[in-house]
Design a protein around this ligand. Sequence first.
Ligand code: GLN
Length: 530
Amino acid sequence: MVKYIVVTGGVVSSIGKGITAASIGRILRSYNLKVSAIKIDPYLNWDSGTLNPYQHGEVFVTHDGMETDLDLGHYERFLDVNLSGYSNITTGKVYMSVINKERKGSYLGSCVQIIPHITDEIKSRIRKISTDNKADIVLVEIGGTVGDIESQPFLEAVRQLRNEEGHNNVMFVHVTYVPYLNAAGEFKTKPTQHSTKELRSTGIIPDMIICRSEKPLSTSLKNKIAHFCDVDSKAVINCPDASSIYEVPLTMDKENVGKYIINRMELGIDECAHDLTEWKTVVDRLKKQDSTVTVGVVGKYVELEDAYISIRESLKHAAAHIGVNVNIEWINAETEINTIRLKNLDSILIPGGFGERGINGKLDAVHYALVNKVPIFGICLGLHSMVIEFARMNGLKDAHSTEFDETTKYPVIDMMEEQKKINDMGGTMRLGSYACKIKKGTIASEAYQSEMVEERHRHRFEVNNEYRELLEEKGLIISGTSPDNFLVETVEIKDHPWFFGCQFHPEFKSRPERAHPIFVSFIQATVDSK
Ligand code: GLN
């Protein structure tokens, strides 16, 4: 029988509900339980693909090509699983599917309503994940904060789920924030009390309250919260700010989260039979090392690190794998590219992106890396920038991508043929996992140690095949292609310490325990050239 753990949030947003839920999952995994996860986003967008990264951070791409919320990245990294696109439920998906059914006549004769039609649709999507993944535990994180109008149907659906699945099979965890008031010199529990009251007004009684705070809370304060919010004192868990997100499962384990859940849900396993040693090793490796390398990430959304969260984490995983610290300099491609800034870097990474803003800065960064032989790693738009600048430096004056200049004389990057007939913006790119054939004797083959790999994609533009031969003559090495050799997947050059661009996004597959081989190769080159 599958068990559901529903995670809601209170008081304020951005308190790390996703990390908290993922940490619960990691602890349960250490009991040898199969854990899966769902993120519910109560907005009306069908998926995250059309959202500005400044609002919601990175768009995480699943292996089956769904553009999702960044929390799915936390789940994949903490649980070491590959989630499907069904793990991201939005109001848009729920309503669209109900309306499509209504148009087909599936509800013939009835008045289609939020209860039961929308709530039934939500429940069936939640149950689908447990059956598809044959999970023992499904974590269901409801985005937003309790009290938001948008989340009402989802809260009602999970309330019903508890009645239908039974008390022992559904558990509610409420994550709140306990602020510290400097003027009063004390923590304040009132916001937690109020948000719990708000949650109760939906008919949901929390089984566990996880209190986020800047500093640790005392036992008496936790008892006070237990008393006022009417939960077991053992189920008031404190999760103070941690120096690394990977420490959160260990902090929560000390608070006996796993034990409480095992007993509360009557899982019938030994509450002590778990082992987080492997995770502890990862956390130790991620701690301070003796030497540090500095990587400059040249992008458009650098003011918000969440916009490049998987890249940031992949760099950390790779650095930990090698045994160095990584200091990331976030450099605005539009305003901050200058020699002084670039001189302080040991290597450069250009992430994916859309639109013209900042493109010249990215090309300047590639130019600098080529001239000064600094290791450089380009991902998607990063690869495009590398190919454009390489072409320009090899006689194709003003070469460009037709994404930015439709009339360029040398369109070395052009829209993929199948993309030319598409007008809609949502979910229409080349998305998800595709195979890539690797050429021997290249950075790619040395890193992957494999002739065929699978990586996740999200793009409309590609290297223009009409320029392939010419670029190869000038020294560009096409080290990875689609199996039919039609699409360029990775590029390199000789006579440079490390110049590697990929059309795919390796950052979505890096795990704390298994750093991605390309990121490892990049950090190694950074260390070597320092
Ligand atoms: N804008 C480019 C494209 O659509 C690159 C996309 C990306 O970097 N993910 O192909």
